[in-house]
Design a protein around this ligand. Structure first.
Ligand SMILES: Nc1ncnc2c1ncn2[C@@H]1O[C@H](COP(=O)(O)OP(=O)(O)OP(=O)(O)O)[C@@H](O)[C@H]1O
Ligand SMILES: [Mg+2]
Length: 238
């Protein structure tokens, strides 16, 4: 479980988030929504331990993230995967090398075992015969799938998706939403999805947290979210 307690984040004089409370439950999907620039990506970077808050705490599996030493922080980070908006594949490495990289760095598996894991994950995300392709040879949707395969290779307990369907055509976007649901069911991962995409939200459902004007203005189920009468939510849901 991830517990965000009374969290405030600022950059210099600019306050981004103020006294935020949010709980990410195990094996569940939490969708984080809000207008552009409201601090969604900043919040996610803070959960990854990349940004320090000015106030408050983030408790991951009962340990306060900002009291961990370097080694403990690394152990915690291994439990968390992040799917970046632009997929963030390494351009100079082929598909196999990109997906295998976390295993090469963090496990002592043999080459054969790594190849087996990589092939298995590629199948799971619906890709075949792409092991030796370079990222530049892949479509946007294929890159997302490869990035997904890489994100789950260390069997994370938590996965954070930053705008997983943005910039994809509607059919591919729907396939990626389906894939997120499939991974959720097969791996019991707690998924945190940042998105603007109402189609993705309707497909995935899950719990919704909305950030507006530095605060969490909604935290509840998908059904309660789409039925909320407040203007800021109606404008988002329409
Ligand atoms: N490293 C940084 N230094 C200073 N300001 C930053 C930094 N990172 C983000 N910000 C500011 O924090 C605010 C929130 O940014 P953030 O990227 O979290 O928005 P977002 O909600 O993810 O928006 P989008 O939906 O467009 O991705 C913005 O005003 C941005 O300029
Ligand atoms: Mg963002």
């Amino acid at each position: 479980m991830i517990e965000i307690k009374n969290l405030s984040i600022s950059f210099g004089e600019q306050k981004i988030l103020q006294n935020i409370d949010l709980t990410i439950l195990e094996n569940q999907i939490t969708i984080v929504v809000g207008q552009s620039g409201t601090g969604k990506s900043v919040l996610m970077k803070c959960i990854e331990g990349l940004i320090e808050p000015v106030e408050g705490s983030i408790i991951i599996d009962e340990r306060d993230l900002f009291t961990l030493n370097k080694q403990e922080l690394n152990e915690t980070r291994k439990k968390m995967a992040m799917l970046f908006q632009g997929s963030a594949l390494l351009d100079s490495l082929n598909v196999y090398q990109n997906i295998a990289l976390p295993l090469i760095e963090h496990s002592d598996l043999s080459e054969d075992a790594i190849l087996k894991e990589v092939t298995e994950k590629l199948e799971l995300v619906g890709l075949k015969d792409v092991l030796t392709k370079m990222p530049s040879e892949l479509s946007g949707g294929m890159k997302k799938r490869v990035a997904l395969a890489r994100a789950i290779i260390l069997k994370p307990k938590y996965i954070i998706y930053d705008e997983p369907t943005t910039g994809l055509d509607p059919i591919i976007a729907e396939e990626i939403s389906d894939l997120i649901l499939k991974l959720q069911e097969q791996y019991d991962i707690a998924s945190i999805i940042i998105t603007h995409d109402m189609n993705c939200i309707r497909k995935i459902k899950g719990n919704v947290a909305m950030i507006h004007d530095k605060k969490i203005v909604f935290d509840g189920t998908f059904n309660d979210f789409i039925n909320d009468e407040r203007k800021i939510i109606r404008e988002f849901v329409k």
